[in-house]
Design a protein around this ligand. Structure first.
Ligand code: FAD
Length: 571
């Protein structure tokens, strides 16, 4: 519409045209618990009444916050970022970091709802992790990645319970799992150095023993949430061999009782693509006082329980971002008209969103299978098969959900057209914040190699196939059986390929595709099983639609591998 010439004497009231301009209604979020049919059905299926009934009320409260007050605050707080001040007015080095308003609120909410503590609630037995991560799933997308310090805190608590001394446990674990903001601590994990995050065995930080204990010297290159009160760090005790085996794990408190930094400096905060609310620092340890956790060797192995926990956080946060993106995209598709119809009635737009929905359902089911296995393991209720499956699924689920999240959220941005590209919709931040999922708990390649090169993890292949086959048996509707059979076939082929690969170069080059095939095929079988359960318990056909839709998307990603041709192509 062309606005009339303001000087024209012909036009009547010159401001009328502005009132006639079309204004698009923005997407809205409802209660994120009530609006999620998969979450509701999954809860009814997997949790016994004594856990589910009180939890449902808490989840509804969190879902209301996440879709309401917290989401509004997130949009209002969009431009704020953490600020690092190196020196105070009197010339003292303080390295103080002020976090954003939303982070302060998120901390209170997280502690009140026990986002870490619930995982350690013994009264919940093997359901503790499930109860915890259902809360995380709702809380995370409106928290500007406050889940990052929470995940590391959870990982540190678990590590200390496994490897820490009685004194370390007594001092740190009650704080890390506190439900009181006044006593709550978060923890960092200081591993990555300039020499490498994947190849962490090249770590250069030295641990030197003096009369009073250990001191650490070195530079940590990515230390997220450096506002934490403590951290678990990797360093090499003097005299230890090179490589990962020569590293040890250390417990470090960031400040002393008087609030002074423990001989460490925060050089700068990273200027990052996303996760900009997370203060990720470059840091120098200049004799920081530290305590050994466990033995003075094999620190990388000692970090495993921590990684198992943080990778579970990565997986659930990935699904949570997918769900958030879709909640916004679906709301917009109801409100935005094109060619005389709401977008949701346009067949191709509906088809696009349905594909994303199916991906999100598959990701949810596999992520919560991982959580369930972790919960059983922590409660001492898992058998050897389940533990082997847990170890294999930890990298597999992390890598597949992260990849799905990046692709789903990218498509969500496109589903908004130009609006998805505009910063103050909050949508670009969602995309940027999602991208980190494929990096910070290990990149896709590194996770794939972790899963497939380590022969000790191969013990998980048979239970994986067993779980998928059980899903196929549980499916009854003919099309679900056929889809599940297709998935089981893909898993069998992947296992066969893996077992017949004797050339390490070929195995490495093909690892990502095998890993993704195993994970996506498992997702499809879980979808078929859950779809059948939904049909049998109330007749809801949405699970059925999700399973069949997922079956039409790429599941078996294996192709012939030709490292020679790769080298040729790359010159
Ligand atoms: C926002 C953010 C926060 C972070 N916070 C923390 C933190 O709190 N604590 C911490 O310790 N670290 C943290 N990290 C670091 C993160 O864990 C590392 O960046 C990650 O592990 C990758 O390591 P790198 O950066 O050294 O990449 P590299 O290891 O150099 O990897 C570069 C590329 O090479 C590929 N590659 C590497 N090895 C192989 C292989 N064998 N085969 C095939 N491909 C391979 C990788 O997939 C990647 O694509 C953070 C990173 C980010 C982005």
């Amino acid at each position: 519409m062309t606005p009339p010439d303001p000087d024209s004497t012909v036009a009547g009231n010159n401001s009328d045209w502005q009132d006639m301009l079309f204004t698009q209604a923005p997407p809205t979020l409802g209660n994120q618990f009530d609006d999620d049919p998969l979450l509701g059905s999954w809860l009814s299926r997997h949790l016994p009444g004594y856990v589910a009934t009180p939890l449902r009320e808490e989840l509804r409260e969190l879902g209301g916050f996440a879709g309401g007050e917290l989401y509004r605050l997130q949009l209002a707080d969009r431009l704020n970022e953490p600020v690092l001040t190196h020196w105070n007015a009197w010339g003292e080095r303080i390295d103080e970091i002020v976090v954003t308003r939303l982070w302060l609120e998120a901390e209170k909410l997280a502690v009140k709802h026990g986002l870490v503590a619930t995982g350690y609630d013994r009264s919940l037995g093997r359901y503790a992790r499930l109860a915890q991560f259902l809360k995380v799933y709702l809380f995370h997308p409106s928290s500007d990645w406050y889940a990052c310090p929470l995940g590391m805190t959870d990982g540190a608590a678990r590590s200390l319970l496994i490897s820490g001394s009685a004194e370390q446990q007594a001092r740190a674990v009650p704080r890390l799992t506190s439900r009181d903001v006044a006593t709550f601590w978060t923890s960092g994990q200081w591993m990555t150095e300039t020499t490498g995050g994947s190849d962490v065995g090249r770590c250069e930080t030295r641990a030197v023993r003096d009369g009073a204990g250990w001191r650490l010297y070195g530079r940590k290159w990515f230390t997220s949430a450096v506002t934490s009160q403590m951290a678990l760090a990797l360093a090499r005790p003097e005299g230890n061999p090179r490589g990962g085996d020569g590293l040890a794990m250390f417990y470090v408190e960031v400040r002393d009782a008087g609030g002074k930094l423990n001989r460490l400096r925060v050089d700068r905060l990273k200027d990052k693509l996303g996760t900009r609310k997370v203060p990720t620092a470059e840091m120098v340890l200049d004799g920081a006082r530290a305590e050994l956790v466990g033995a003075p060797l094999n620190g990388v192995c000692a970090m495993e329980p921590m990684l198992a926990v943080t990778r579970m956080w990565n997986s659930v946060c990935a699904v949570a971002f997918m769900r958030r993106g879709l909640a916004l995209a679906r709301s917009y598709a109801r409100r935005r008209q094109a060619f005389g119809q709401p977008l949701e009635r346009l067949p191709l737009h509906a088809d696009t969103l349905a594909g994303l929905e199916a991906e999100t359902w598959g990701a949810f089911l596999v992520a919560f299978l991982l959580v369930e296995l972790n919960g059983r393991h922590a409660a001492g209720e898992s058998d050897a098969q389940q533990r082997a499956l847990l170890r294999l699924l930890t990298p597999l689920v992390t890598l597949v959900t992260a990849k799905q999240a990046v692709s789903v959220v990218a498509e969500v941005i496109e589903s908004f057209g130009g609006a998805g590209y505009v910063e103050d919709t909050g949508l670009p931040q969602l995309l940027r914040d999602t991208h980190v999922l494929t990096i910070w708990e290990g990149t896709t390649n590194v996770l794939a190699l972790d899963a497939l090169l380590r022969t000790d993890l191969h013990a998980g292949l048979a239970p994986l196939l067993g779980r998928a086959s059980a899903c196929r048996r549980n499916a009854k509707a003919p099309r679900l059986v056929a889809a599940a059979q297709q998935a089981v076939g893909a898993i069998e082929r992947a296992v066969l390929t893996l077992e017949s690969m004797h050339d390490d170069t070929v195995l490495q080059a093909g690892a990502r595709r095998i890993a993704l095939t195993l994970a996506r095929a498992l997702q499809l079988t879980l979808l078929c099983e859950h779809a059948q359960w939904m049909l049998d318990n109330g007749g809801d056909r949405r699970g059925y639609a999700a399973a069949l839709r997922f079956a039409r998307q790429p599941v078996d990603l294996m192709t012939e591998v030709d490292p020679e041709a790769d080298r040729l192509l790359l010159g």
